[in-house]
Design a protein around this ligand. Structure first.
Ligand code: ADP
Length: 404
């Protein structure tokens, strides 16, 4: 028995937890050296003082209440579950603690023993861990932001590469088209230039032979042939020039005020020279005489359509130019009684270099209608036609009549 008491005494003295025993009244009746050390009472006696001596003053009032409640139904338990507990030292300073309580009875009455651990270090560790966690969270967020930023940059770079790739492909396609056009140009030029040049050569040598006054009429005829052959060459060259300018995007519509009937009469006078025997251009005009249109583009459009009417009709056939100008739109109509365009070819007539199957030996490059289509487009208008083989064709052009 004595040995047991010695052992218990040793346990009590050498325990690393502070042990404080209070009686029912809350008075300290016993405490071990560790408790004295924890609370800074090594040299001061605590026996006989209230347990509240060891509690920060701001909690003492409530603590008396807690203590009374506890003693009504005492049981072993931890204290201050889920909340921070603080103890008060002799010098008044505070430190965080973990406390567990156990009630017991002896012949002297009821007591409560509390085991107290100083958790200052643990708290410090907790704080450090919390701070480290916060730092990690911050770094993570920064990292995510950086990853997102890099992803965005990467996506942008990929997009740029794709764009420049598309650009290269477009440029290559354009280059190929230009090359095709050049070779077509050479083919057509060499073919189309041959006839007018031959005409010029033969007419010129014939003129050289017609020396007498009686040959006057024949001379005139050949001079006329030379003139129209030169016109023909000029026309082909103009078409090529127009295509070149269109390709480069150098053609723009600049509407000016035009006296349209007068403008058309002048143009018809110019073109009349191209007419075959018995052919005539009939002109009918209605509506406002002053309109807003780009003169150069309009001239080209009418010239192409009228000269086609002449080219693709036989001697004696008539060509009609009918114009109606209303305040918003100028309606142009060029009708002929010519060979017409085969139904199967109609979808292609606006394509560059396209010539219908019935064009035969008629001189042409297949560029005129393509130019018309482009010019009408640039002027913000539209072009269409109806045609029947052997009966003739009618081309309709609508152009906006507006101030620029
Ligand atoms: P080109 O007259 O120089 O061949 P165009 O582009 O003006 O070129 O016309 C394209 C083709 O459309 C012509 O080759 C011809 O076959 C057909 N075409 C155009 N206008 C007429 C027309 N008024 N009558 C019959 N065919 C036409």
């Amino acid at each position: 028995m004595t040995r047991h008491i010695e052992m218990l005494d040793a346990l009590f003295k050498h325990a690393t937890e502070g042990i404080v025993v209070v009686n029912k009244a809350g008075t300290i009746v016993m405490l071990n050296p560790k408790a004295k050390e924890l609370f800074g009472y090594s040299d001061v006696d605590l026996i006989g003082r209230k347990i509240e001596t060891l509690i920060p003053q701001r909690f003492t009032k409530n603590h008396v209440q807690y203590r009374d409640n506890y003693l009504e139904a005492p049981r072993a338990r931890g204290m201050g579950h889920l909340m921070d507990l603080f103890a008060r030292k002799y010098d008044g300073s505070e430190f965080p603690v973990e406390v567990s309580l156990s009630p017991f009875k002896t012949s002297d009455g009821e007591f409560v023993v509390s085991f107290v651990i100083d958790i200052t270090e643990r708290k410090k560790q907790d704080t450090r861990i919390r701070e480290a966690n916060l730092e990690i969270q911050k770094l993570n967020a920064e990292l995510e932001e950086r990853v997102e930023q890099r992803t965005r940059e990467l996506a942008e770079a990929v997009k740029k590469v794709e764009e420049s790739q598309e650009e290269v492909i477009r440029a290559l396609k354009k280059e190929k088209e230009l090359n095709n056009m050049k070779s077509q140009f050479v083919t057509i030029a060499s073919h189309e230039f041959r006839t007018p040049l031959a005409t010029i050569l033969s007419s010129a040598s014939l003129i050289g032979r017609y020396v007498t006054t009686e040959d006057e009429e024949k001379r005139h005829k050949h001079v006329h042939r030379i003139k129209s052959a030169v016109n023909n060459l000029t026309e082909i060259l103009n078409d090529f020039l127009s295509i070149g300018k269109l390709e480069e995007g150098r053609i723009h519509s600049v509407p000016v005020q035009v006296d349209l009937p007068a403008f058309c009469k002048n143009l018809i006078d110019e073109i009349q020279g191209l007419c075959k025997e018995g052919q005539k251009i009939h002109f009918v005009y209605s509506g406002a005489t002053e309109v807003w249109l780009d003169k150069q583009l309009l001239k080209n459009i009418l010239f192409n359509l009228l000269s086609n009417g002449i080219k693709y009709s036989d001697n004696g056939k008539q060509i009609f130019l009918t114009i109606n100008a209303d305040p918003e739109t100028v309606h142009l109509e060029v009708r002929d009684q010519g060979i017409g365009i085969p139904a199967a070819d109609q979808v292609n007539v606006f394509d560059r270099f396209f010539r219908a199957h019935n064009a035969g030996n008629t001189q042409g490059t297949g560029l005129g209608l393509n130019i018309v289509n482009n010019y009408v487009d640039i002027m913000g208008g539209s072009v269409s036609f109806i045609s029947e083989v052997g009966k003739g064709s009618t081309f309709f052009v609508e152009l906006p009549n507006v101030l620029p």
